[in-house]
Write a protein that binds this ligand. Sequence first.
Ligand SMILES: Cc1ncc(COP(=O)(O)O)c(C=O)c1O
Ligand SMILES: Nc1c(O)cccc1C(=O)C[C@H](N)C(=O)O
Length: 405
Amino acid sequence: MSETRLRERAAERDAADELAKRRELFALDDSTVYLDGNSLGALPRHVQDRMADVVGRQWGELRIRSWDESGWWTAPERIGERIAPLVGAAPGQVVVGDSTSVNVFKAVVAAVRMAPADRDEILVDATTFPTDGYIAESAARLTGHRTVVVDPADVSDAVGPRTAAALVNHVDYRTGRLHDLPGITAALHAQGALAVWDLCHSAGALPVGLDEHGVDLAVGCTYKYLNGGPGSPAYLYVAERHQGRFDSPLPGWNSHADPFGMTRGYRPAEGAVRGRVGTPDILSMLALEAALDVWDGVTVEAVRAKSLALTDFFLECVEAYVPRGRVVSLTPAAHAERGSQVALACPDAPAVMEALIARGVVGDLRRPDVLRFGFTPLYVGFADTERAARVLADVLAGVNSPPSG
Ligand SMILES: Cc1ncc(COP(=O)(O)O)c(C=O)c1O
Ligand SMILES: Nc1c(O)cccc1C(=O)C[C@H](N)C(=O)O
């Protein structure tokens, strides 16, 4: 299809897009196409004023009173309730705090502590974002288990009577492949094992259905598609049916049934609070709370529909503009297997991404040869998408591919 026609189609689709107006809520300008929301989501504009109030009034004037009067103490559960519907969780199961890495540790250790005592294996996603693998390995050493590294597609075959739990990424950070959460969870359960999911690259981009699919535990970050800001706190989901047996490996005082009793012995709180550890990072947490306002009136289903339309359109434009074979898509064509990013492999990826960024198309590089383009439907449009593919083609024409072999 010609450039003129693709540009016309982009304009038509932007005009018909029910989410298009959401972009105005973000601090973005038209000089840049921001396709890195799968690493750091853009700033919702109103967060700045909200934080001025948090810092100036809540901290500056109310000071210690803010733990009660400004709702600081209960922020982890309150913000968990805002995230819960986005990941398909009923109230009372999500708590916000700590990094994803720390929550992976809590979830994996808690999962194996809940599993039958004679099970000694933890299955770990072979394609996982590295931190999960490192932490699962350490958790296994601490609990006397061993890790078995398997491709997510093979978890259903690998699970057996020795499996305590499996830790799987819902969407692969590198390729954008969406894994079969319902099927893998069911296969684990059929063998009596628990399913722990990392939702970093799916939450806020597609429906997750934690309750619907009977997931046991899940974790995720909030700085990608939830736009919480750099280093914003992560979250932990513990299914209600497991909460009474959730035995945290980090039982800090914030998870105590009576934290201000300051008693010697540990007595865990009931419910999601049990996933807390120490004093919450209030500034980051309240920035996240403000950022979540952009979801008011938006359904994850609408976001998913637009995400698929954007990634389809990007692949179509790349095919139209880029000479065949110059880049290879690592992202599955099937919608059921695609997250909200497109990953293109090319041998000169570092130079290509540098040139793209210099020309206002911001994606990122995963070494050695992967160009990643993340599509955040709340602020990326179809004209942005066409422009990104066109600039990519220009850059590829100007950057010399190194000789192969
Ligand atoms: C799947 C996945 N898990 C975990 C992390 C990172 O965890 P943390 O927030 O602890 O750095 C990332 C990205 O940074 C990720 O993509
Ligand atoms: N968390 C990050 C950071 O602190 C600095 C740079 C990047 C990140 C990321 O989130 C990377 C991201 N998880 C990825 O998928 O590559």
